[in-house]
Design a protein around this ligand. Structure first.
Ligand code: GEK
Length: 244
């Protein structure tokens, strides 16, 4: 059972950049559900989308898997046989808990592996589905196109990438409205103004969002012929890019 997130409840004298350490692992399911509008819907629906693209005898990658929620959703909804799930995260604390979650909850006889490594170095091959659920935003911007090109190359024909991200808006007025609505959502989920502002500062140098247009263009530049925004709620969106 996830603990209640109180990480930024007290005033921090010195705010350090946000990291995915043990304190975050303990509260992660609560934190992401109360912070990302639509997170649970995206998790459920990405499993449903993945079930339409999963191919027999192929690999399914969950890059930046945290505690394995995306892998478990896909595993529950995919009926295709002989899938090998590969869940990757570079936080050792996340990976330890993810291994336990998948070991106890994955529906056999599908096989899986959990890897603690940087997704920039993960080899990708024979993939029918690749998921980047709120992970690309944490990579250095200059590395993102290289990773997406590697994903495109590792995908089989008719395979897909599902990419969810916090997004930014080119119009400052729209950016302001979306941020306001997002903060209102967080307040409704019992985060105080202090928690919201301290978390925001801690993420400042760590989470760097791109715009929807930029995501579409970059995915096209990487070779994907079809790119759709299939979900958006305030400043969070999810895309599906298909390799034809
Ligand atoms: C979910 N997908 O529940 N290599 C590997 N992992 C990384 C890297 C990297 N270079 N950078 C960040 N991460 C999950 C949620 S959380 C999103 C993903 C959030 C990992 C990081 O350790 C963390 O576990 C994850 O990406 C991002 O559907 O917290 O907003």
């Amino acid at each position: 059972m996830s603990q209640y997130d109180t990480i930024y409840q007290a005033a921090h004298e010195q705010l350090v950049d946000f990291t995915f350490d043990q304190s975050v692992v303990a509260v992660f399911p609560d934190m992401i559900r109360r912070s990302v509008p639509g997170y649970e819907t995206i998790i459920t629906l990405l499993g449903n989308l993945a079930s339409q693209y999963a191919q027999e005898q192929s690999h399914i990658y969950d890059l930046g898997c945290s505690l394995g929620a995306s892998t478990l959703s896909m595993n529950r909804q995919i009926n295709t046989q002989n899938i090998h799930y590969i869940a990757v995260d570079n936080s050792a604390e996340m990976i330890d808990q993810c291994r336990t979650n998948l070991s106890t909850q994955i529906i056999t006889p599908q096989s899986f592996e959990v890897r603690c490594e940087d997704i920039l170095t993960t080899p990708l091959e024979n993939a029918s589905v690749v998921v980047l659920n709120f992970t690309l935003q944490f990579l250095p911007p200059e590395e993102r196109q290289r990773l997406l090109t590697k994903i495109y190359q590792g995908l089989n024909n008719k395979g897909c990438l599902i990419l969810s991200e916090k997004i930014q808006f080119n119009s400052s007025a729209q950016q302001k409205r979306m941020t306001q609505w997002h903060h209102h959502f967080k307040r409704a989920n019992h985060y105080s103004d202090l928690e919201i502002s301290q978390k925001r500062k801690a993420l400042d140098n760590v989470l760097i969002p791109d715009s929807i247009d930029f995501h579409h263009q970059r995915l096209s530049d990487c070779g994907f012929h079809s790119v759709d925004t299939w979900f958006q709620c305030h400043n969070f969106a999810s895309f599906i890019a298909i390799k034809t």
